[in-house]
Design a protein around this ligand. Structure first.
Ligand code: G6P
Ligand code: MN
Length: 445
């Protein structure tokens, strides 16, 4: 079994490889091909993987290449975890947005649109190459904004591309934990778009345990989302939103806190990772321990501005290891070995949410087996959530259309229609600002 990782020089690749090392079952991945445009990043990550594998018998063999076609040929699975424009691009997404008084997070609002506009053309090229060179491969998309990028790729790969994110899984796990339920036995009734979904129920043996949580203010205040949103707001909603909805429900505070921060998240990660890759060029240090220290620091500071505005304090130790690699591995196992399981994934709607068309990519629990991922019927969303989902999906569609046509007016429309962009003039200035700093947006004539 061959797994190709696009963005193979990326910082989170060792998480995926670590998960593969723990998989001893038959039909596991035996070959990993890392593809990246940057050979130095590939050799840094290869060093970390070699240390990870050193004590493990029959560790999956790792090779690295900068040739995309070579990487894709013969792949059974392709993980796409690219970052167009690098972390410098992410920092610029934030900076340009904050200069206009709006948020520039890489997946939400103006920043998500800018990142989407420069990523979609590249993701579409990759999807076309996969369709040609590895037509039977399953593509697992990690690249943010994950829902939008998955939808762009699905136009060329159909149901063979599946988007993943660990935030709904983490959310479900936290709710199960506070309710004293086993996450493996619980069905999480969660739906929406990527980074824009709500848990409306948690069923154990057919019984919904969520009302018990919503009725208990103390219990609600005891976990990440309860601290972030406040128990009262969760009670008003009658649901637990994905943590990224903090950018919507507390937008004003989030913008303020981001604009006062010494460094935005993107700038922090840009500098942190520059140090990591620089350190990897020195041969003396243990690659794995430098990587692990850097990873721990990244995880501890995740969404720290949001937690600060909410007075939520430090992250719980149990929440630190994301689980992104676990979702990826569980998905591959289910497909490759027909091990039927339920996972929250980004797939085509196919009638699940009646307000959206069949091809709209949504985030929803799916039954996964050798035939792929099939969305499970969930309770309908309340109107306020349907409204947000439809508005943001309409924005995503404008992004896809701008990426296809190269129309600047369509790009302006995408920004202007976003609920977190409060004026058409702001949208115009955002397009100006972004096209100035991003060479990847030169196609917007
Ligand atoms: C969560 C999100 C991902 C994101 C990751 C890392 O898991 O769901 O989409 O990539 O956090 O965030 P960071 O700010 O550290 O890049
Ligand atoms: Mn995510």
């Amino acid at each position: 079994m061959k797994l190709t990782i696009l963005g193979g020089g990326g910082f989170r690749v060792p998480l995926v490889y670590g998960a593969l090392l723990g998989d001893r079952a038959e039909g596991r991945v035996t070959r990993v091909v890392l593809h990246d445009l940057d050979a130095a990043r590939l050799s840094a990550v290869t060093r970390v993987l070699a240390e990870q594998a050193s004590q493990v018998p029959d560790a999956p063999q790792v090779t690295a290449t900068t040739d995309l076609d070579e990487a894709l040929r013969g792949a059974d699975f392709v993980f796409s975890a690219i970052r167009v424009g690098g972390l410098e691009g992410r920092a610029n997404d934030e900076r340009v947005a904050l200069a206009q008084g709006v948020l520039g997070q890489e997946t939400v609002g103006a920043g998500g649109i800018a990142y989407g506009l420069r990523t979609v053309p590249v993701a579409v090229d990759i999807a076309r190459r996969v369709a040609k060179l590895a037509p039977d491969a399953w593509v697992i998309n990690f690249t943010n904004p994950a829902g939008l990028v998955t939808e762009a790729m699905s136009r060329h790969l159909g149901n063979r591309v599946i988007g993943i994110c660990d935030s709904p899984v983490g959310l479900g796990r936290r709710i199960a934990r506070v309710l004293g339920a086993n996450p493996r036995e619980a069905f999480i009734d969660y739906v929406g778009l990527n980074h824009l979904g709500w848990v409306r129920g948690l069923r154990v043996a057919g019984r919904d345990e969520l009302p018990r949580l919503l009725a208990d203010t103390e219990l609600l205040g005891s976990f990440e989302e309860g601290k972030l949103f406040g128990p009262e707001w969760l009670q008003s909603l009658g649901a637990v939103p994905n943590e990224y909805l903090h950018y919507y429900y507390y937008n004003r505070e989030a913008v303020l806190s981001y604009s006062q921060a010494e460094k935005t998240r993107g700038a922090f990660l840009r500098d942190q990772q520059a140090r990591f890759y620089e350190e990897m060029k020195r041969t003396d240090a243990s690659a794995l321990s430098v990587w692990d220290r850097t990873r721990a620091e990244r995880e501890a500071t995740y969404m720290s501005e949001n937690r600060e505005t909410a007075g939520a304090g430090e992250r719980d130790a149990d929440d630190l290891s994301g689980g992104y690699e676990k979702v990826a591995l569980a998905l591959m196992r289910a497909i490759a070995r027909d091990e039927r399981t339920t996972l929250i994934l980004n797939v085509r709607n196919h009638g699940t949410l009646s307000a959206l068309d069949a091809d709209a990519v949504i985030e929803v629990p799916c039954l996964v087996d050798a035939n792929g991922a099939h969305p499970v019927a969930v309770a309908p969303l309340p109107d306020h959530a349907t409204g947000l989902v439809c508005a943001v999906k309409a924005v995503e569609r404008e992004v896809l259309s701008a990426a296809e046509s190269g129309s600047r007016a369509t790009a302006v429309k995408a920004f202007a229609l976003h609920p977190l962009v409060d004026s058409v003039n702001v949208a115009r200035r955002l397009v100006e600002g972004y096209t100035e700093v991003h060479p990847g947006l030169a196609y917007l004539g």
